[in-house]
Ligand binder design. Structure first.
Ligand code: SAH
Length: 319
């Protein structure tokens, strides 16, 4: 999965295969910009600070967030130093076209020191999972051989909560996502800051959720290696445990629809729609609904915050 996705993101245009919230509506990035401004205020307005994004895709979210900050939060805009964590050279070039002032990193380890506000939208779902199956108390791990799944007996996967370790069935473990979150948590604790993770996922282990998307349709995961997007649902329970191992606290997960609605998604859409043509206004409202409605992206997608210390609820996380 790691090799297939590295080849995929390096060579193909992923946005021909799938679309993401910042590509659906400019309001998504604007709301995250506004969220970052409020969080920055709560952190005591550190200047400078790192405004970082993991897996920024086309750079659209950050461009929208930066534009919003420039307009309504000049202090945060001036203090923000933009850093991108991105491995694909192709997408780095697209990001540079929209956010030329950014600095690029291959991993979180090379971010410079300092207080950090980090966003990761649809990043963790692209990191490689391992799949395990338990039957009658015996664990098996699924491997890939000659483009087929083969199972081999294995030890119990490490770090499972008791409720998940004791049941027969398939489980997924995303060690890369957990390592990222633990490293993130450690640096938030050491240097201050807050992170916002948005992704499709479940509060507990999702079971067998590996999927491939190609040309906007589901594909067979083991066919088209490197030519289809391979993802798995994010296990937000595992994300919270990984953050705790790094000494950090978490808030959420809350449904993306609730998160965006609390932060004014529909008010902003109505505001933008004023003075536009009827067709433009309809498209703006449709985009907002697609992000928020439970049966579209508002329910399966969730938001989780990682914070250095336990804080009162952050914007969007209070009921
Ligand atoms: N956040 C963007 C793009 C999501 S697609 C959006 O919402 O539109 C996943 C992004 O993560 C792409 O930019 C991809 O190149 C990047 N990515 C995937 N695996 C990565 C890894 N191991 N390290 C850094 N970036 C990675």
């Amino acid at each position: 999965m790691a090799r297939a996705n590295a080849a995929y993101y390096a060579r193909r245009d992923p946005f021909a295969d799938f679309t993401t919230a910042p590509e659906i509506s400019q309001i998504f990035g604007e709301i995250i910009g506004a969220w970052a401004a409020v969080v920055w205020d709560g952190l005591g307005r550190p200047a400078p600070f790192l405004l970082a994004e993991a897996g920024p895709g086309r750079g659209t979210l950050m461009a929208d967030a930066r534009r919003l900050l420039a307009r309504v939060a000049a202090g945060a805009h001036a203090a923000a130093q933009v850093h991108f964590i991105e491995t694909s050279p192709r997408l780095r070039a697209e990001q540079a076209a929209r956010v030329p002032e950014a600095a690029w990193h291959a991993s979180i380890d090379t971010l410079p020191d300092g207080p950090l506000i980090l966003v990761a939208n649809e990043f963790l779902d692209a990191l490689p999972i391992r799949q395990f199956r338990r039957e009658g108390g015996q664990w098996f791990e699924r491997h890939v051989q000659h483009a087929q799944f083969v199972e081999q007996p294995s030890a119990e996967p490490p770090g499972l909560p008791d409720a998940e370790a004791g049941l027969d069935g398939v489980l997924e473990v995303n060690e890369a996502a957990e390592a990222f979150v633990t490293a993130l948590a450690r640096r938030l604790v050491a240097q201050g800051g807050v992170a916002l993770i948005l992704d499709y996922g479940t509060p507990e282990n999702p079971g067998d959720s590996l999927q491939a998307i190609r040309a906007r349709r589901p594909a067979e995961p083991l066919l088209h290696a490197g030519e289809a997007d391979l993802t798995a649902l994010v296990d937000f329970g595992a994300v919270a445990r990984a953050a705790a191992r790094g000494g950090a606290s978490t808030q959420g997960p809350v449904a993306q629809g609730a998160f965006l609605t609390r932060l004014g998604l529909f008010q902003r859409a109505e505001r933008l729609a004023r003075g536009r043509t009827a067709a433009e206004a309809t498209a703006l409202m449709a985009g907002a609904r697609r992000l928020a409605e439970p049966l579209q992206m508002g329910g399966l997608f969730k938001a989780m915050a990682v914070t250095a210390s336990s804080l009162p609820p952050l914007p969007g996380f209070a009921a």
